[in-house]
Design a protein around this ligand. Structure first.
Ligand SMILES: Cc1cc2nc3c(=O)[nH]c(=O)nc-3n(C[C@H](O)[C@H](O)[C@H](O)COP(=O)(O)O)c2cc1C
Length: 237
């Protein structure tokens, strides 16, 4: 598949055919994904392929709890866990315990255990160069050494005809996930990736035009997009 087609059809797929994802396919995907960049090329990733039905059921339950917290924010029009206090998070905006008790039905969350392939991507924290540590705002740089790898998995999967979704709500339940999957201290959960063969491929993603988020020289100026746009590769249009 052409890169532009891979990018343009790399939607979040949460519903799959019954076709299983073979070990060989997963190996091929990880073999491509490993070319991701990371700070100092430390490659801090670890991937757990979860096949065991009991562990899958437990992951589904933990995901549902986290999904409830997420949806309780969304229902109130809040960005879940956003660092809104001058770029910092100042504690829960809702009663999280109450949120976890309230069911939030979701065909994806409620069927997570049956997704063709489930990958938990972990990150070795002592291998992260976090250059914005100590700034007076939410740290963001560390994620840059693990999410390109996660995204590479999604792109590699799409290029081979699969699809899926990168999810992070499970991080809310990190301590339970660590216990469930015997993840050692100092290793964090970065994402849960669901993969399979999509039952319907999307070809038009809803994304803002580059002119809405690009600035020229300063935040207050916009570039001459008509010119740039016409020369842009089709994936950017
Ligand atoms: C950092 C990150 C975290 C995400 N976490 C979740 C998640 O926990 N659950 C989920 O269903 N989707 C999750 N998504 C998928 C987004 O919801 C999705 O990318 C977005 O809605 C765009 O959807 P589309 O690609 O189908 O257009 C996440 C995506 C990113 C990049």
């Amino acid at each position: 598949m052409e890169l532009s087609e891979t990018l343009q059809s790399n939607a979040s797929y949460r519903s799959f055919t019954d076709q299983p994802v073979s070990d060989e396919e997963l190996r091929g995907i990880l073999d491509l994904a490993r070319f991701a960049p990371s700070g100092g090329n430390r490659q801090p990733w670890e991937v757990i392929i979860v096949k065991d039905p009991n562990r899958r059921n437990s992951l589904e339950h933990l995901y549902q709890l986290a999904w409830r917290e997420y949806m309780a924010h969304v229902e109130l029009g809040l960005v879940p866990f956003a660092p809104t206090d001058h770029g910092r998070w100042s504690g829960p905006a809702i009663d999280l315990e109450e949120a976890r008790r309230r069911p939030a039905p979701s065909s994806f969350a409620d069927n997570l255990a049956t997704v063709p392939a489930l990958l938990v991507v972990c990150v070795r924290l002592d291998q992260l160069a976090v250059l914005d540590n100590g700034l007076e705002r939410q740290s963001i740089v560390g994620g840059g050494s693990i999410y390109p790898f996660c995204h590479n998995i999604m792109l590699a999967a799409r290029s081979r005809g699969l699809g899926g979704v990168m999810t992070t709500v499970i991080c809310r339940q990190e301590s339970a996930v660590r216990e469930l999957l015997a993840i050692p201290n100092g290793v964090a959960v970065a994402a849960l990736l669901a993969l399979g063969y999509p039952d319907k491929v999307v070809t038009r993603l809803k994304r803002h035009d580059p002119s809405t988020f690009t600035h020229l020289d300063t935040f207050t100026q916009r570039p001459p997009w008509e010119e740039v746009n016409s020369a842009a590769p089709s994936a950017l249009k």
